[in-house]
Design a binder for this molecule. Structure first.
Ligand SMILES: [Zn+2]
Length: 277
């Protein structure tokens, strides 16, 4: 009996070590690691991350390209480190096409109404309630093909993104960097609050946060079928210079079926598709 308990403790300790190790590796390898939901264990030590998006007709694209001047020009909290985003055009752009990235930030009053991404996982990752049904449909279709598109991380609140970002800044300041350098370094791991598609509930990190996810049958399925459900690979390989984000085979953004198919056919990343890169 005693031996069994000892073995159990040993196994649990080993699992904890493995989990910790995975977290550490992630934060080192992935400049913009998306996170699991706030209430999951994984999220504790990892970093957050960002993304933009959009799509639609040319007319709408044009409206997106017109940068709106932030009401508080240069008033972004992290402007001291060179971050001077304009507000994303949330009013003039179709909701599913809103571009969110380092240059276009969500307004602080941007409201997101959430729903579980997968109906059968009510406590799992959430998405904008208008996106969730599409993810659920895609999830079920994949399941029918024997593929599980595990919803790792969907919506992340601005508060959570801010906390993660501030913690990372503190970490680098403790390492001896000044505030500007520390903030810039933090941004290589975590997108500044409001500049992540996860903050808008428009994107899902699926199955894995490792780049070799693109060697799996899950990724192959997504590559073949995600556009049919309105999702695009938001940070493609070889587009890092356009997106400012590393290749993230796990990050899929909802833009709607028509736009997703057009973007996929074009071979462009979202910024290029919008004529912004
Ligand atoms: Zn992501």
């Amino acid at each position: 009996m005693k031996n069994k308990i000892g073995l159990l403790i040993f196994v649990l300790a080993a699992l904890a070590l493995v989990a910790y190790g995975a977290t550490v590796i992630l934060s080192k390898e992935e400049p913009t690691v998306p996170e699991a939901e706030p209430d999951t264990v994984i999220s504790a030590g990892t970093t957050a991350y960002i993304e933009p998006t959009t799509e639609n007709t040319v007319t709408e694209v044009v409206s997106i390209t017109e940068k709106t001047v932030p009401e508080n020009e240069s008033g972004y909290k992290y402007a001291y480190a060179g971050f001077n985003p304009s507000y994303a055009d949330t009013a003039g752009t179709q909701w599913n096409l809103i571009l969110v990235n380092r240059d276009y930030i969500l307004p602080e009053n941007y409201k997101v109404t959430l729903a579980p991404a997968v109906e059968s996982i009510p406590d799992g990752a959430q998405l904008d309630y208008r996106v969730a049904p599409h993810y659920n449909e895609m999830y079920l279709a994949a399941l029918n093909d024997g593929i599980e598109l595990e919803p790792l991380s969907g919506y992340r609140s601005l508060d959570r993104q801010t906390n993660n970002f501030e913690n990372k800044i503190d970490y680098y300041m403790d390492e001896g960097y000044d505030k500007i350098e520390a903030t810039k370094l933090a941004a290589t791991h975590i997108l500044p609050p409001g500049t992540s598609e996860h903050n808008a509930g428009l994107a899902m990190d699926i199955c894995s946060l490792y780049q070799n996810f693109d060697e799996t049958e899950e990724f192959e399925w997504l590559n073949l079928h995600a556009a049919d459900y309105g999702f695009i690979l938001r940070y493609p390989k070889d587009k890092e210079d356009k997106t400012d984000i590393i290749y993230e085979p796990w990050h899929w953004r909802y833009v709607g079926v028509e736009t997703a198919k057009a973007i996929k056919a074009s071979g462009l990343c979202y910024e290029e598709y919008l004529g912004l890169a």
